[in-house]
Design a binder for this molecule. Structure first.
Ligand code: SF4
Length: 531
């Protein structure tokens, strides 16, 4: 195999179906060898160290997914998307973008990018948004990112005292979970501060568990905790991001990223400046008719906000989506252009550790174009563009968001749980193996669920697989009940895909002004059997 890889590295060997590359599913950045559609772990890779997890093994399936975009699509007057050549679609995109910019002004255009792009492509996209002159640029794949300095994963297993703060490493950051297991084997002190009983926290002989209500995890950090803190976007998605940023020692914190190039995205400056709108605000503004055009490169706002995305795309005069996969967002666009997967282009991505890694190509782009080439063509229209917009450092000052505590009338706290398979991520849908895993939960809970621990379920009189009413001060929700050991006492968990539906019904979906991201505010609720 090493001979094939060496051959691939030569000019002659490029695109011959072998690539030493990176798993695109999460921010860990496991190294793998792709042989056609089969992925194999790299023995000596510093992150994966000869191992891969389910998503990594199945990642080659993305290349041949039926969801791949193979040509341009343009919406006709009946609303149907009709195929056309990429060159013709690109010509329409160049004309429309320039025309809309001249007619309405650059501030009427919103640009969404993605951590699925290479750092070089993100740089080009920033140039394009700068050239257009719009301050409204962001990505839904930035959500929850906090700019702690990058640290190697080995820091976790080397620290003698580790606190994992509101972060499900087992499901979302498996390579970090491996390092935690090793730390435990070395008899290092490991504790979990969380509103969920995570896999390792259930063994008191090995690790301490500090039970915390959602939104109060930072307050539950023990005074004795003097070592390393490990956290991820989850704390920011509860509205505690700027507090965590202020409270935690930057040198003794490991921040785990969610997406393959999330760190590259933010370090390239692709986020809104203080006077620009964040990704969710861009959707809101478009839905209210305040924006005229949306340009989306490999981002899929439908994953978390399907209704808001539909409204936004229905209201704007023109929309362009460039993606390698036909996402639900792409299906709403006026014009779709095909992009390429990471393994069909040259470039770099930056993993959670700040490790800059080279990717692909294992084959030529399926439709002959990469996102970078498309951005470069669009940029030709703005050859004499002005200076770039430099965003200030995140988080912007704001004052933070205080969670409402539970009380006698609303004794439980409802929050989102990001560590479940009940999701709409386009990579999950495009990979047969991963989607099979997700389908089990989909089959049992087609419309989602609220998860309660057995003790709470018994006290509340709600039975597994029955419907429950979830009542908050500002709204009510009806959901099927899932009973398991995961939620702590007094905690009700929702899968992330219900963010918009539950957040809208209970008025828990708000924008954190410090990070310019949507959050689900932990919400006091009462729960009873549905009539
Ligand atoms: S840990 Fe992340 S990068 Fe590694 S195989 Fe799993 S999904 Fe891929």
């Amino acid at each position: 195999m090493m001979e094939m890889i060496e051959h691939h590295r030569t000019e002659e060997g490029k695109g011959m179906g072998v690539a030493m590359t990176v798993c695109p599913f999460c921010g860990m950045g496991c190294g793998l060898v792709l042989l056609g559609r089969s992925a194999f772990p790299l023995d000596n890779h510093p992150v994966s160290q000869g191992g891969l997890f389910l998503r990594g093994w199945a990642s080659g399936e993305l290349l041949f997914s039926p969801l791949r975009v193979r040509y341009g699509l343009v919406r006709d007057s009946n609303g149907t998307q009709r195929p056309l050549s990429v060159e013709d679609a690109l010509e329409i995109a160049r004309r429309q973008l320039k025309d809309l910019c001249q007619r309405y002004g650059p501030e009427k255009i919103g640009v969404l990018g993605s951590a699925r792009l290479t750092t070089e492509e993100i740089g080009l996209l920033k140039q394009l948004s700068d050239a257009i002159g719009t301050p409204h640029r962001d990505s839904f794949q930035r959500m929850g990112y906090l700019p702690f300095p990058a640290k190697g994963l080995e820091t976790i297993e080397e620290a003698s005292d580790v606190t994992v703060l509101a972060t499900d490493c087992a499901h979302r950051h498996p390579q970090a979970h491996r390092r935690l297991v090793r730390a435990i084997y070395k008899n290092h002190k490991v504790r979990f501060v969380d509103s969920r009983r995570l896999p390792l926290s259930q063994f008191p002989d090995y690790a301490d568990y500090v039970e915390a209500l959602p939104g109060s995890e930072l307050d539950r950090l023990p005074n004795s905790c003097i070592g390393l803190t490990v956290l991820s976007s989850e704390i920011a998605l509860e509205g505690q991001g700027s507090r965590a940023w202020m409270a935690l020692d930057r040198q003794r914190t490991v921040f785990l990223t969610d997406y393959v190039n999330q760190r590259g995205l933010v370090e390239s400056g692709f986020y809104p400046p203080a006077d620009g709108m964040g990704a969710f605000e861009i959707l809101q503004a478009a839905s209210e008719g305040k924006l005229k055009a949306l340009i989306v490169f490999a981002d899929d706002p439908s994953e978390f906000f399907p209704e808001q995305t539909k409204q936004a795309f229905a209201r704007v005069e023109w929309s362009l989506v460039v993606d390698s996969l036909l996402t639900p967002t792409a299906r709403l666009a006026h014009l779709v252009l095909p992009g390429a997967l990471l393994w069909e282009k040259d470039g770099t991505v930056t993993n959670t550790e700040g490790r800059v890694q080279q990717v692909g190509p294992v084959q030529e782009p399926l439709a002959g174009w990469t996102e970078g080439q498309i951005i470069a063509c669009l940029l030709e229209e703005w050859a004499d563009a002005g200076n770039g917009i430099t965003p200030g450092p995140l988080p912007y000052p704001d004052g933070g968001i205080s969670p409402d505590p539970p009380d006698e009338s609303y004794p439980m706290v409802l929050t989102l749980d990001s560590g479940t398979f009940w999701n709409r991520h386009i990579f999950s849908q495009a990979s047969v193996t991963v989607w099979r895993e997700a389908r089990n939960e989909r089959a049992d809970f087609p419309n989602g669920y609220v998860s309660l621990n057995p003790e709470d379920a018994r006290k509340l009189g709600v039975r597994p697989f029955s419907d429950a009413l979830i009542e908050a001060r500002e709204g009510t929700l009806r959901l099927r009940v899932k009973v398991d050991q995961r939620p702590a006492r007094g905690v009700a968990l929702l899968p992330m895909s219900l963010w918009e539906a539950a957040g809208t019904a209970l008025k828990s979906l708000i924008v954190d002004p410090a990070l310019k991201i949507p959050i689900f505010r932990p919400t006091p609720v009462r729960i009873r059997p549905a009539p």
